[in-house]
Design a protein around this ligand. Structure first.
Ligand code: ADP
Ligand code: MG
Length: 473
């Protein structure tokens, strides 16, 4: 059945693609997911209410043409609109609509079950019913604290306690992919909603904001758009970097920002880089981004990753052996979003396929999810791991220094290069600042000697060995 509706929808897509052009096709049709076909009614899922309205306003003729061609004259299209995107643990909430029946959007808006999140049907927002578009699974409770996010997290907590009244306004959080920006800003929103039910909280990603804005522009509803946003007590704008180069959208955001800020409302933004590095932004907007507090989130360190893994598995009631958790914390070094994917897949295997979570399964899952994972341990990786372990600078370790604190890590790193790589002694020496093979032999001997005489040293080397081995396939 699933294959059927997918095939039918793919046939429709071909026709649609020819009529609407590549860009529109990518924006408005690719995100659509076919769900089922029943009695000539094809049901598709669209990501949002806005998305649905946009299709209805702009693409009914094209859709009708495609549906008629593929399903015959009796064919119909129905939408399932995601009004809350849910999470891996809670499925999306959807509302279904018939299509192309002449039902006007305005009346459909009134049917929206989840509050009045629509800038185009302006009415006073009710904090009790407004759809804040927050994912309830993102909380402070399950946001693991580490060195990588400490400042951002405590700033977030401060803002959550006193929105709009701290000097952290706006709060601008920045960092790379998957470092927890969205999680953290949503946690702030959830906390405020829980403790201050009278506040209107709104989370929008730049995509929502931009698309709504363009729609407002086209329909001469800019005033309504602005009025809608001005009612909000806490505005969270995620991934603001995407407003780069969008002059008009920035202009609108600038006005909303100023008015909210002046009336003591809290603004929170996230971005992939600090304001000083943001390109394609009006200077006056950038200067406002810097008014409050800018805090970064960094790639999580090993311990934080480990804690995140345990927290997530615990939440799902699944126990994961320490060695598997450590293996994942080491191996998934791209970002936490990939980690999330790996963990979900493990949970899937464990719960549905009743497989035991062990290293073998973890490796299997990882191979499928993260293609670029390295098959063996590289010299670089050994050097870095050993240097980190002994808390010395990796360049110093490879360099000329003769201090004991540096020499010992260097010898240990050489020892592991011999054990875990195929390199010759000469090549190992080459990788440590051009030393010759006799130096490497000497290093291997002293490490073995020290392991015999110093139990503490021995256990350190063994621990390191385990860490490195976890990384190998
Ligand atoms: P970003 O928005 O920075 O790209 P996300 O907030 O989407 O990153 O985080 C990616 C995934 O990692 C999410 O599933 C999130 O819950 C998880 N995550 C990130 N940081 C943490 C943390 N400190 N504690 C727990 N989970 C985290
Ligand atoms: Mg994000």
């Amino acid at each position: 059945m699933v294959a059927d509706c997918t095939t039918l929808w793919n046939d429709c897509l071909q026709i649609i693609r020819e009529s609407v052009g590549e860009e529109n096709y990518n924006t408005w049709f690719q995100p659509i997911v076919p769900l089922q076909i029943q009695n000539d009614v094809l049901t598709v899922q669209v990501p949002s209410q806005f998305f649905y309205e946009w299709l209805e306003d702009n693409y009914v003729p094209v859709l009708r043409k495609a549906i008629t061609k593929v399903l015959g004259p009796g064919g119909r299209l129905e939408y399932s609109v995601v009004v809350d995107s849910g999470s891996p643990m809670s499925p999306p909430v959807t509302v279904n609509y018939p299509n192309g029946t002449g039902v006007k959007r305005q009346s459909l808006n009134n049917q929206v079950a989840d509050g009045d999140y629509s800038p185009f049907t302006f009415k006073a927002l009710n904090p009790q019913t407004v759809n804040s578009r927050l994912n309830p699974n993102y909380t402070f409770d399950n946001f693991v604290e580490g060195d990588c996010n400490r400042l951002a997290r405590s700033a977030g907590l401060a803002v959550a306690k006193k929105p709009g009244t701290t000097s952290f306004n706006p709060l601008m959080l920045y960092g790379g992919v998957g470092v927890g920006k969205t999680h953290l800003v949503q946690a702030i929103g959830n906390e405020i909603k829980a403790n201050m039910p009278e506040k209107i909280v709104l989370y929008v990603d730049q995509n929502d904001f931009t698309t709504q804005f363009l729609n407002a522009l086209q329909n001469h509803k800019l005033q309504e758009f602005q009025n809608f946003y001005l009612q909000v007590d806490l505005l969270i704008l995620d991934d603001v970097q995407f407003l780069a180069g969008r002059e008009k959208t920035q202009e609108m955001f600038f006005h909303i920002f100023n008015q909210l800020h002046q009336s003591g409302k809290q603004i929170i933004m996230t971005s992939d880089c600090p304001p000083r590095d943001m390109k394609g932004f009006q200077e006056r907007l950038l200067s406002r981004f810097k008014w409050g507090l800018t805090a970064d989130l960094q790639e999580p360190d090993f311990e934080t990753k480990l804690a995140i893994i345990h927290r997530k598995m615990q939440a799902d009631g699944i126990s994961i052996p320490t060695e598997v958790a450590e293996y994942l914390a080491y191996s998934v070094d791209t970002n936490l979003r990939d980690m999330e994917g790996v963990l979900n897949s493990l949970i899937f295997h464990a719960t549905l396929l009743k497989r035991e979570i062990d290293l073998e399964l973890a490796r299997e899952v990882l191979k499928n999810i993260i293609k670029e994972i390295q098959a063996d341990v590289s010299v670089d990786f050994i050097q870095k791991t050993v240097a980190d372990y002994f808390k010395v600078d990796v360049e110093a370790m490879k360099g000329k220094a003769k201090k004991r604190e540096i020499v010992i890590p260097r010898q240990v790193a050489m020892y592991f290069c011999k054990r875990y790589t195929q390199l010759t002694l000469a090549l190992i020496g080459e990788n440590f600042g051009g030393r010759d093979h006799s130096t490497v032999i000497h290093a291997l001997e002293s490490v073995e000697d020290m392991m015999k005489t110093d139990a503490h040293f021995k256990s350190s080397v063994e621990e390191l060995g385990r860490k490195l081995k976890l990384r190998m396939n």
